[in-house]
Every structure is written in C-alpha cells, then in structure tokens.
Design a protein. Structure first.
Length: 333
C-alpha cells in the first residue's frame, strides 16, 4: 500500500464532536531506521520498546504537558518546544480547533533518548495518534504523516521519515520520495526477526549526520542501489538468502561505525551466531542483528551483550518480530 503526502487545509475535514472522547492512552513502537542499506528511505517497526502518551481533554483551549516520565528531566515541558505537544498544536491549527480544543498530555518514555531506535518519532507518533483518536479519527494515517515528519524536523533538524513512517504505518516502509512525500509499505517475510542491542554510549544524531559525506564514489553508489533493490526483491519473495546478501551498507556505516565502540567485534559475533545481517540502527549506537527466526537473533544479542559487559559497557537488549500494527490504543473513554 502506498501513502502520499496531502496538503491539509483548515475547514477541509468534517468534524463530529459527538464522537470526541474524554481521554485516551496510546502506545507507539520503536523503529529500526535505514534497515542497514537504505539510508533515510527504509525502516521497520518493532514490538518493543516504545513510548506511551496519555491525553485528556480539558475545558480551556490549548495544549499543555502535565508530566514526562522516563526522560531523566531531559525533555522540555514547554508545549512549544516539546515535539509531542508542538505537533499536536499544529494538528489542531490545521483543523481550525486551536481556540476550541484543549488537551493535557502525559508522556511516558519506555525507551532511551538517543538510542538510534526512533525515540522522538515514537513519542510524536503516539501524540498525534492520540489526538486523532480523541477527536474521532477525522484524519487518516496518511494525513497524519506530514505532522509526524515535521516533528522529526523539530527534534533533530532534519525532516526524515524513516523512523516516523514505520512507527505510524507499521511494518517495513519505503520512502520513495520526499518532495512530495511518498511512502510504500513493503511485504514482511513471516520469520523475519530483529535482535537489538543498545550500548550505553552517547552518539548524538546530529553528530552522526555531520560525518556523512556529501559526495560518494559512483561505484559505491551503484553497489548501494543494487543492495537496496535486492533487499526489496527479497522482501517480496521471502528470499532470505537474497535479503542477507543485500543488507550491506557501503556508504554510511563505514563512517558512522567509528563512533560505536566494539562495532566490528559485535558484527563478527552476530555473524558467527548465524544471523542474516548486522548493522547500525538509525544513527546508533544501537545495533541490530536481523535473522530468520528468533534463535540466531537471540544467540547474537546474548553474545554481544556478554562481550560489552566484559568491556565495562552496560547495554540493553530487545528481541522482536516486525511490528505490523504501528501505534495502538491501550485505553479510552
């Protein structure tokens, strides 16, 4: 299924206030952006971790953040500076409801900031899915997507969709183009599993992006195009050998991996465990081992975590199939 960007203007959407809810709690999933060889154009959602938003309508108009949990005080409570509330405000403005609707937001972060797992996108998607649910779902997921992308622009200065697209749509997504935004859901082979390890080291997204070369060798570009095409073909045919051969990054990972301690050792351990491929999740420092079935992925992340422990580096691990659903409502009234 393909989703294209839409230009939402005030007054275009029919609103039925009789369908509005009092409160809603929403979960949105973490994501693995780039899918190793698809910088800024590929990504997939996982079952866990993820973030939650509890949203409640209030009598007075306006958007406020009542509390944030799990961020160690790092995120702003100012509704104009927090991506969740800022995007909700944009959503209400586009629907002409800024002077009519008021909501308070509680953000519960179950995933670490700066993990390379789409922390900001999970929060933004949860917030936008929550406000849309609260108001009776006047917009489709495709119509919510431009607000999600703008949230990424606010969070890291670059409006890329490789995290927010799978977080909102679920599954594996391909961003065919950005002008206009054109998003395609790709098939998900039944046994595709991700083993993720998040080392406790700091690799800021902005710093990781600054390392990326503006120009690349033509031979490397050709290799990368072939890998992306091969991966997409492998997903359509559930050809795990083709998926394995194709998931190699010759453009971005060789530079970014320098920022991640023990990266090459972790790669070797993962491949020895029998996974299909291994690489960086997003901008890192999280790494992902993609496998056919859970056994190899679990073996890989156990070995990686044991090695990191020996090096004095704490880490978290996650094991998940590809999340096909995206955000979900946990409760509402």
């Amino acid at each position: 299924m393909s989703y294209s960007a839409v230009d939402i203007k005030e007054g275009q959407v029919a609103l039925d206030s009789s369908k509005w809810l009092k409160e809603v709690r929403v979960f949105a999933p973490a994501t693995v952006a780039n899918m190793i060889c698809g910088f800024d154009i590929l990504g997939f959602a996982v079952d866990h971790p993820g973030d939650e938003v509890f949203m409640e309508r209030k009598a007075e108009p306006g958007v406020t953040i009542r509390s944030i949990q799990g961020d160690d005080g790092r995120l702003p409570l100012d509704p104009d500076k927090n991506t969740v509330s800022a995007c909700v405000k944009m959503y209400l403005a586009h629907l002409g409801l800024s002077e009519e609707v008021g909501v308070s937001i509680d953000l519960i972060k179950h995933m670490p900031i700066g993990s390379g797992l789409g922390s900001s996108s999970a929060s933004t998607v949860a917030g936008l899915f929550a406000i849309n649910t609260l108001l009776g779902e006047p917009l489709t997921k495709a119509e919510l997507m431009p607000f999600c992308v703008e949230g990424e622009r606010l969070a890291c200065g670059h409006g890329h969709a490789d995290n927010v697209a799978p977080a909102l749509m679920g599954g594996i997504t391909l961003i065919r183009g950005y002008e206009p935004l054109d998003i395609i859901n790709l098939p998900v082979p039944e046994d595709l599993v991700a083993g993720i390890v998040f080392p406790q080291v700091d690799v800021p997204t902005r710093d990781a992006r600054q390392l990326i070369k503006e120009k690349v060798a033509l031979k490397d570009a050709v290799t990368q195009w072939g890998n992306i095409a091969g991966l997409v073909s492998g997903l359509f045919t559930s050809d795990y050998d083709l998926i394995s051969r194709s998931m190699e990054d010759v453009l971005i990972e060789p530079t970014r991996s320098i920022l991640i301690p023990e990266f090459e050792v972790m790669r070797q351990l993962a491949l020895e465990a029998g996974v299909l491929s291994f690489g960086i999740s997003g901008s890192g420092p999280s790494v992902v081992a993609i496998s056919k079935g859970k056994e190899a992925a679990q073996k890989a992340i156990d070995a990686i975590q044991a090695h990191l422990n020996q090096q004095g580096i704490e880490s978290f691990q996650y094991l998940s199939a590809v999340n096909l659903e995206g955000p979900k409502v946990l409760s509402k009234s």
